[in-house]
Ligand binder design. Structure first.
Ligand code: UD1
Ligand code: CA
Length: 459
């Protein structure tokens, strides 16, 4: 196969989105559309990827960084004009150029490979990826001649009533012979309903020059949908969500209710893990094998090891080691590390905190900026008093210690190994290894006093 280059058009404003966010940056399953397009080229030996930017150029650069080459389209005069801006980057190259739109995010690697193979096989100057859809509204229609060859593409706004009945549409994905593409693009005129330079006119121009234009029909028309407004955005989201869920199920993950399970594009999950309803896995979350996640678990950028159980909880930017359990109703905030076989139970909030192997924080506790050793028990209602109004301070607790219920640990403070803190204590001094600390008012019993206290009379 000859060398392959790619041009991704991503300079349009996306007016129909009615959004402050630039269209190709709207996420589908957590990842900006244009990034999906760039990622689809990942395994395909593409020598140069040029992204044509215009509206929101800086933001697109921030998203894609130096993975691609950028070409600037100062004024959005149409898709042919946009493609021409990539010429400087590719003018002297031989081979095939894949042309893609940044707002067609669902395309699979398999379809792209098939398209390229077909283009090579047909020895065409250009090959258009087409799809037959039930509702072609808004798309360019594929017009075929009497021998069934593609003769031109007509945009919805320029189409006659008869042409509008055509259900074979232009997906916006093409293969071009790189050299022929630049020559053809220069010949495109803007005499149409929108006064724009349409890349779709390249088809008719090539045909008039007796060049071969092939058409390859995508297997699954859903994956070629373009996103122009929020209705299409939600359709793209549900299509991709289904595809992601099915991929994980095929890899050995049980998803009890795919309809209520939301997994973003870059999440990884080990086999024999079970996802219960209403589980949301976002960002760079990775989940090990044999875990039980959900119901109602919301994880962002989490690193979860094998055999972990998480239910009814919200967790972000943290790490959980094997065999640990979290929830129900825990809130795990960034930079937390829950050690192997540790247990974090109901109404526990952890932030920037390490819980050692086998330790238990079972109920109603807040630990922030804290380190807990191994096999330590943190009693119900323990609070790390980590903030003095200006600064955060650390709480350190050793191994095999016991913190009694309703303890305040006024940081900075250290409780040693095998230490014991009595329930209800407010600890503001370090507790040495093996010590028993009690810091509360002594109890006084006033004998017989209770009978004199006012009581509500029973009727
Ligand atoms: C386009 C096609 C249409 C096809 C549909 C598939 C043309 C003329 N029409 O229509 O045949 O069925 O896509 O989804 O190509 N862009 C620029 N600069 C510009 C104009 C557009 O970079 O000056 C980019 C946009 O950011 C977008 C892509 O090109 O990513 C397509 O533009 P859009 O306006 O969405 O074209 P459609 O009307 O959807
Ligand atoms: Ca579009």
């Amino acid at each position: 196969m000859s060398s392959i280059h790619a041009v991704i058009l991503a300079a349009g404003q996306g007016t129909r989105m009615k959004s402050k966010l630039y269209k190709v940056l709207h996420p589908v399953c957590g990842k900006p559309m244009v990034q999906h397009v760039v990622d689809s080229l990942d395994t395909m030996q593409v020598s140069n990827v040029v992204v044509v930017v215009g509206h929101g150029a800086d933001k697109v650069r921030e998203t894609l960084q130096d993975r691609v080459i950028y070409a600037m389209q100062e004024e959005q005069l149409g898709t042919a004009h946009a493609a021409l801006q990539a010429k400087d980057a590719l003018a002297d190259k031989a081979g095939t150029t894949l042309l893609l739109y940044g707002d067609v995010p669902l395309l699979s690697k398999e379809t792209l490979s098939k398209l390229l193979a077909y283009h090579e096989e047909q020895k065409a100057a250009a090959t258009v990826l087409t799809a037959v859809v039930s509702d072609p509204t808004g798309y360019g229609r594929i017009v075929r001649d009497e021998t069934n060859e593609v003769s031109r593409i007509v945009e919805q706004k320029d189409a006659s009533d008869e042409e509008r009945l055509i259900t074979e549409i232009n997906t916006g994905i093409y293969c071009f012979d790189n050299q022929k593409m630049w020559d053809t693009l220069r010949m495109v005129k803007n005499e149409n309903a929108q006064g724009e330079y349409y890349i779709t006119d390249c088809v008719a121009i090539l045909r008039e020059a007796n060049e071969k234009v092939a058409a390859f029909s995508a297997v699954d028309p859903d994956e070629t949908m373009g996103v122009n407004d929020r209705v299409q955005l939600s359709m793209a989201e549900s299509y991709m969500r289904r595809r992601i869920n099915e991929m994980h199920m095929r890899n050995g993950v049980t998803i009890i209710d795919p309809a209520s399970t939301y997994i973003e594009a870059d999440v990884t999950i080990g086999s024999d893990t079970v996802l219960l309803p209403n589980t949301v896995l976002k960002g760079n979350t990775s989940i090990g094998s044999d875990c039980k996640i959900g119901p109602q678990a919301d994880l962002t950028d989490m690193d979860v090891s094998d055999t972990v159980c998480i239910s009814y909880s919200v967790l972000t930017h943290s790490k959980i080691d094997e065999g640990a359990t979290v929830g129900p109703f825990a809130y795990i905030r960034p930079q937390t590390h829950i050690g192997p076989h540790a247990k974090v139970g109901d109404f526990v909030e952890l932030k920037n905190t390490i819980i050692g192997a086998g330790s238990k924080v079972n109920h109603l506790t807040y630990l922030g900026d804290s380190e807990v050793g191994q096999d330590t028990n943190i009693g119900c209602g323990t609070i790390s008093v980590n903030y003095d109004g200006a600064k955060k301070h650390k709480t350190m607790i050793g191994d095999r210690s016991f913190i009694g219920c309703n303890t305040n640990l006024v940081a900075p403070v250290t409780v040693g190994n095998e230490a014991y803190v009595a329930a209800g204590s407010t600890i503001n001094q370090d507790v040495p290894d093996g010590a028993f600390a009690i810091a509360r008012e002594r109890q006084t019993n006033k004998l017989g006093y209770a009978v004199n206290l006012p009581r509500k009379q029973s009727e």
